[in-house]
Structures are given as C-alpha cells and as structure tokens.
Ligand binder design. Structure first.
Ligand code: USQ
Length: 381
C-alpha cells in the first residue's frame, strides 16, 4: 500500500517508516522538525544524536534496499500538505504529527498555544486533504489513553453503551484529559468523528499508552534507532527511569506513585500500526482500539527497574518527588484492550529480559546523560 506517515521524524514515526517499508509498503514521511526545534529552544538533548530524515532514509536504503521518500515542511500549510496528497495519493495515512508532550503543553502560554494550533490545524488539514484527494483512504490516527483520564469505571475500547431513562444509545466513551496536550487529542477524536459522520471517512483512532524502548526489528544499524529522550518534557516514564538508574540518579516517582497506565514496547507499537494499516476500517467507521498490552503503576515500574538493575550490578534508589502534575495518584484503572489482539497482535510484555536488554542498550551512552534534564520544574498548577 502507499502509506503516508505524518510526523515521520519522531520517536515512533521513523521506526514506523522502516517497519512498514520492510513489510513491502511504499512509504513517504513528512515532518517539520518541530520537536527538534523545541528541544533546541529548551536546551534539551536526546541521549544520543539522531541523523536528520534524508540521512536516515539514505542509511536505511543502504542497510535494507528499501526506499523511504522524505518531505520536510509544515502540515498546517495547505499548499504543502495538499501538494503531497495530490502527488502521492496515499491509501493509508498514519498521523503522528503532533506536539506529543504533556509537560510542554503546560509550560507557558506560548507552548500551550503552539500545541493547540499545531495539533488541531494539522489534523484538520489532513482531514481536508483526504476528502479532496483520496476520500477512500484509511486514516490511522495516534490518539492516547490519556483522553479517557482515570475514571472510576472500566475503560471501554472507545465506545460505551448508555441506558438513560429507559432509552439506549452508543456514545464515544467519556473523555476527561489530564493535560492540554491530551485535551488536543480529544479534540482530534471529535474532529474525526464529526467528519466520519459527515463525509463517510474511514478512520482508526489508536488510544496508545506510554511507550518504552528504542530497538525494533529494523534497527540493526544503531544510527537508525529512534530518539531516546529522558528529560522531563519529552521522556516517557520507563525510559526516564532506565536512564536515571544508569546515571545513579534516584528514580523520580511523582507523588504517591500509584498512578496506573497502560504501557507497551515500541515493538508492539510497530505491529499495532501495521495491523491497523493492513486491515482498514470501513467507510463511515470510526474504529477505536486501546493500544496497550499491560498496566503498571509508577511504583511497580520503579520496582522493576530496581530489581533488574540489581541483577546487572546497578544499584538503584527510588525517590518520591512532589508531583508536578494534577492527576489522581491513587485510583481505579481497568481498560479493555482486546481489539488489536483480535487483529493478530502478539504482545511483547515487559519481562526481566526485555528490561535488561533496554538497560544494556542504554549503558554505552552513560557519558551523555545530563542530570539537569531529569527535572525541569514544569508545574500544572
Ligand atoms: N511519572 C512519574 N515520574 C516521572 C515521569 C512520569 O511518576 O519521572 C508519571 C506521570 O506523573 C504519569 C505517568 O508517570 O502518571 C506516565 O507519565 P509519562 O510522562 O510517561 O506519560 P504521559 O505524560 O502521559 O505521556 C506519554 C507520551 C504521550 C502519550 C501518553 C500516553 O508522551 O505522547 O500520549 O504517554 S498516556 O499516558 O496513556 O496518555
């Protein structure tokens, strides 16, 4: 299939490009390097340098023989995005092109506005481009489990049947996000649902939990690995804990540490996206999957890193820091996540071996770790 990946430079975008091209799809990636630019502005660096997209595509071609075509530009500009849709005519669009950090969205007014404008405009332009050039194409949109928040009832897979005063209907599961970033993802879902109803679009919305790891089946050449951010702004919690452990820095458990989320290995993200691409939603369908394979509390994750670290001779201490976020620290959490398994997903749960492998992959970069990046003082309130 012809697959267009929006946000192809990111933590998940580039590995997805390699993965789909290795599975025989014709892949074009688009990015405006927003995340690299924000990192530079905030004096944040990933654990190791990552080549830019044209360079990555050259290296991938040399390694595998597969071609990924690259376009650099801003999806919020109609001339740019429409040109790509008109010439490439994608059959599937994987949309990652969003400012993805909850803390960045809560930093200040400018970062909040940028998050809103970028995420909503890019999604809207993508929808308009699909309607104009490829109305039968399948949109695969990266949403987030954070759209649901932490309700006191089970989290269904996108939809909920409600009986009210003797009548029944089916609705999007209630959304109540914990950051502005997560709120923009709710807005995306609402936009998609509106245009599915109005224009008969074909959409899969993937409610993904925090991802960890950097190695996939396509990263034999280490220079093809994804970004590994471990800073407070762009690092996801397990990746941060691993880097903190290696640095000998006490793991930063926020508050009570009983915040529970659904997690997945980056390898599972690749498979979830491919399975979604290869099994499209129907026309006029908003299909929603909860893209996680298991749940952990923050305390459980810290405990696992400490345990596995010990077997590798790393002495890990766990610290409680004041929670910079406004979130429930102790709560019920029971999401359903069967849809992707029904499509064929074979999960890679977090085993001691897989965690040890992540730690061992990061150890050689120990000298690059900057402790000043672990806590940057972003506060929700
Ligand atoms: N946390 C700590 N200590 C840390 C970092 C995080 O206790 O040093 C806690 C957070 O307070 C939160 C949990 O760990 O309760 C997860 O935090 P996170 O930073 O790993 O994840 P989050 O900010 O929610 O965002 C990440 C991705 C985002 C994606 C989301 C999925 O950056 O793009 O949408 O995971 S989800 O969390 O399910 O909404």
């Amino acid at each position: 299939m012809r697959v267009l990946i929006l946000g192809g430079d990111g933590y998940l975008g580039w590995p997805t490009a390699m993965h789909l091209s290795a599975h025989g799809h014709k892949v074009v990636v688009v990015d405006n390097y927003l995340r690299r630019q924000v990192c530079e502005e905030l004096d944040i660096a990933p654990l190791y340098p990552v080549p830019r997209l044209h360079d990555r595509a050259r290296r991938w071609h040399a390694e595998s023989g597969y071609t990924v075509n690259v376009h650099i530009g801003d999806l919020c500009e109609w001339e740019f995005i429409s040109g790509i849709f008109e010439s490439f005519r994608p059959e599937a669009i994987v949309h990652y092109a969003e400012q993805p950090s909850a803390p960045y969205s809560m930093l200040d007014r400018r970062s909040a506005t940028l998050t809103l404008q970028n995420n909503i405009s890019a999604t809207a332009n993508m929808i308009f481009a699909v309607r104009e050039f490829v109305p039968d194409a399948h949109i695969i949109k990266l949403g987030t489990m954070g759209e649901y928040g932490t309700p006191d009832i089970d989290i269904e897979e996108g939809w909920i049947d409600i009986e009210h005063k003797g009548r029944k209907d089916r609705f999007l599961y209630p959304r109540q996000a914990g950051s502005l970033y997560h709120t923009t993802k709710i807005m995306d879902t609402d936009l998609l649902w509106f245009y599915v109803r109005t224009w008969n679009l074909r959409v899969t919305d993937l409610m993904q939990g925090p991802v960890y790891g950097v190695k996939t089946a396509e990263t034999n050449d280490p220079s093809l690995r994804s970004f590994l951010n471990y800073d407070e702004i762009f690092g996801t919690v397990l990746n941060r804990f691993v880097v903190q452990a290696i640095a000998g820095y006490p793991l930063t458990v926020y508050g009570a540490g009983e915040q529970t989320r659904g997690y997945l290995n980056i390898i599972d993200t690749m498979n979830c996206i491919r399975l979604s691409v290869e099994t499209p939603a129907d026309k006029g369908e908003l299909r929603i999957f909860n893209q996680v394979v298991e749940t952990f509390s923050v305390n459980e994750l810290a405990g696992r890193v400490a345990e596995v670290g010990k077997t590798l001779g790393i002495d890990v201490t766990v610290n409680t820091v004041e929670n910079p976020r406004k979130e429930r620290e102790e709560h019920y959490y029971n999401p359903v996540y069967t849809g992707l398994k029904d499509l064929g997903l074979e999960p890679h749960p977090l085993t001691d071996d897989s965690l040890a492998d992540i730690i061992e992959t990061i150890v050689p970069h120990k000298q690059n770790i900057r402790e000043d990046l672990f806590l940057r003082g972003v506060r929700w309130a």
